[in-house]
Design a protein around this ligand. Structure first.
Ligand SMILES: NC(=O)c1ccc[n+]([C@@H]2O[C@H](COP(=O)([O-])OP(=O)(O)OC[C@H]3O[C@@H](n4cnc5c(N)ncnc54)[C@H](O)[C@@H]3O)[C@@H](O)[C@H]2O)c1
Length: 282
């Protein structure tokens, strides 16, 4: 199957990043969100990101114009009919994703692959909600998408080899290095990463060190490029909390209990960079 157009649901942090990665790789994009304001914000983020690449002399003005011209935006799922694959990157909420996926499944042609960028929800479970479990797969991009090389490709129990191979090829066309993993809560990378971030909040809550020192410790002592608290601000504290809550529910193991401080900060609306305040101020 030749993929010339990718449909993306959600124009937020991940949706617009995936749109950019596709557009700069010469692939057409239809990016759908619930409001004009949301899609316009998504495109503005892509434009800003491409401007930074121009400044760094990685792309030209002409590359930017060509990439932006490949991104069509819409607030109607009908426009997803133009795509050979639809990547769902909407808010991390099971009921919401179920509703979206059922709608899209009923709309797009049977051969179209549907992928979800979920961080924590079972791909097998989402696949089962559609009429095409063999053409359903997890395509887990990392933030910021244009910079991060990894795509975790998650095979649900019923995902076919053909679907896996098509998505692996697409990931490579986007310049990414995919790894293939079996479906399980958190897959591989976040299964290890998010509990580590959660532990950093416990360390902060216990007053063992300042946020700056916690982050410096992990950077200098473990060669991590960014400290866990700064990373939480980048991912979004609400996303981190939702992921921990899924692990706790799915594994039934108290080692996945979310740190109360993390829960408190989410309740206060301190979600990280996207709200201007998280562990740090922006
Ligand atoms: N932020 C990360 O670091 C990260 C990394 C990997 C995967 N993810 C996953 O990617 C997905 C999106 O996360 P995000 O960080 O981009 O969230 P976000 O809040 O930045 O964006 C979500 C977007 O989805 C839109 N949306 C909500 N309901 C919709 C609907 N019915 N139809 C279309 N659009 C709808 C919202 O308006 C919003 O623009 C989540 O599943 C998340 O777990 C996030």
């Amino acid at each position: 199957m030749t993929i010339s157009t990718v449909g993306i649901i959600g124009a937020g942090t991940m949706g617009n990043g995936i749109a950019q990665a596709c557009a700069v790789s010469g692939i057409n994009v239809v990016m759908v969100d619930i409001s004009d304001a949301a899609v316009q914000k998504g495109v503005a983020t892509v434009a800003g990101s491409l401007d930074r690449l121009i400044k760094k002399e990685k792309i030209t003005e002409a590359d930017k114009s060509a990439a932006l011209a490949r991104i069509k935006t819409s607030t109607s799922y009908d426009d997803l009919k133009a795509a050979q694959i639809v990547i769902e990157a909407a808010t991390e909420n099971y009921e919401l994703k179920l509703k979206i996926l059922k709608q899209v499944d009923a709309l797009v042609a049977p051969e179209v692959i549907i992928a979800s960028n979920t961080s924590s929800i079972s791909i097998t479970k989402l696949a089962a909600a559609t009429s095409r479990a063999d053409r359903f797969i997890g395509m887990h991009f990392f933030n910021p998408v244009p910079m991060m090389a990894l795509v975790e490709i998650i095979r649900g129990l019923q995902t076919s080899d053909a679907t896996h191979d098509a998505v692996k090829q697409l990931s490579e066309r986007l310049g990414k290095s995919p790894i293939t993993v079996k479906n399980a809560p958190g897959f591989v990378v976040n299964r290890i990463l998010v509990p580590m971030i959660n532990e950093a909040f416990f360390v902060l809550a216990e007053g063992l060190a300042t946020p700056e020192d916690i982050d410096a410790g992990m950077k200098l002592g473990c060669n991590q490029p960014i400290g866990p608290l700064a990373l939480a601000d980048m991912i979004g504290l609400d996303v981190c909390l939702a992921v921990m809550d899924v692990y706790l529910a799915e594994f039934g193991d108290s080692k996945y209990r979310a740190c109360p401080l993390l829960r408190e900060m989410v309740a206060a609306g301190r979600l990280g960079r996207k709200t201007g305040q998280g562990v740090y101020s922006y």
